[in-house]
Design a protein around this ligand. Structure first.
Ligand code: FAD
Length: 226
């Protein structure tokens, strides 16, 4: 993706200006790529028939765009015209168990991206599919059969620009040190770990190394606080 540190910082638009819990807001664009790099499922928020629809879906990204894909029949991916969307990515790193219920919270890293997506075609579409596949299932673009013409025609892939994005991060212990209650307080960390692969009974092949070696590793690498 080139030198990400050379990219401009996350400049707040009126929409992405943090209002509540502002101290958790981050302005470094590298933090956006760290959040995007640490997961592969996002939530795509769109307006369909005048009502909000928020769809969980996998994504890929490069320095300029986040890519989401699906069936050409998906209503959430229909681009009948330039319609804004909001993409969120969330990682939960732990439960913050405070002395008071009021101060309970979540340690997290999250990103919100607002933008008007563009449906890709031709070489751009194929490259975005490669990025999305390699981000979600590294090694599979070269290992598995690539999409044929019919499959490509059945697939929509949208590019959402990363121009208007925000990041929030909360880490650390509860914020209620002054609360006098005599109860335990702290953090219950949470991390997702890849499990050993389960071979399809129809598969006559050994598990390839790029799949096998993921077992036991954490989703997105190490979590903050490790
Ligand atoms: C897993 C998880 C659980 C949470 N649980 C709670 C909860 O129970 N109660 C609660 O009050 N808050 C919770 N938060 C924080 C919540 O996401 C909001 O940041 C916070 O509530 C402020 O919301 P707001 O509507 O006032 O946003 P505003 O501050 O008005 O939002 C302004 C702009 O800030 C940016 N922004 C806001 N929130 C986020 C975010 N999380 N990530 C990236 N950019 C953001 C967006 O660009 C947004 O348009 C949680 C966050 C996560 C990730």
């Amino acid at each position: 993706m080139g030198d990400l540190s050379a990219l401009p910082s996350l400049s707040a638009s009126e929409r992405t200006r943090h209002r509540r819990l502002r101290e958790q807001g981050r302005t470094d664009r590298e933090e956006l790529f760290a959040v995007l790099g640490a997961g592969f499922v996002c939530h795509l928020g769109v307006i369909v028939d005048g009502a909000p629809m928020v769809v969980p879906t996998v994504y890929g990204f490069d320095s300029d765009h986040v890519y989401v894909h699906g069936s050409v029949a998906s209503r959430s991916l229909a681009t009948g015209g330039p319609a804004p969307v909001c993409v969120t990515v969330t990682h939960v790193d732990g439960l913050v168990l405070a002395r008071s219920v009021f101060e309970h919270g979540v340690n997290y890293r999250s990103a919100m991206i607002y933008g008007v997506p563009r449906a890709l075609e031709g070489e751009e579409k194929l490259e975005a599919l490669r990025l999305l596949t390699e981000h979600t299932a590294p090694g599979q673009w070269d290992y598995a059969r690539r999409p044929n013409r019919k499959e490509l025609a059945a697939t929509t892939i949208l590019a959402v620009p990363l121009d208007e994005a925000s990041v929030k991060v909360r880490q650390g212990p509860p914020d209620d040190a002054d609360d006098p209650h005599d109860v335990w307080a702290g953090v219950l960390p949470l991390a997702a770990t890849w499990q050993p692969p389960v071979t399809d009974p129809l598969s006559a092949r050994e598990v390839p190394a790029h799949v096998r070696l993921r077992a036991g590793t954490r989703l997105g690498g190490e979590s903050p606080g490790d």
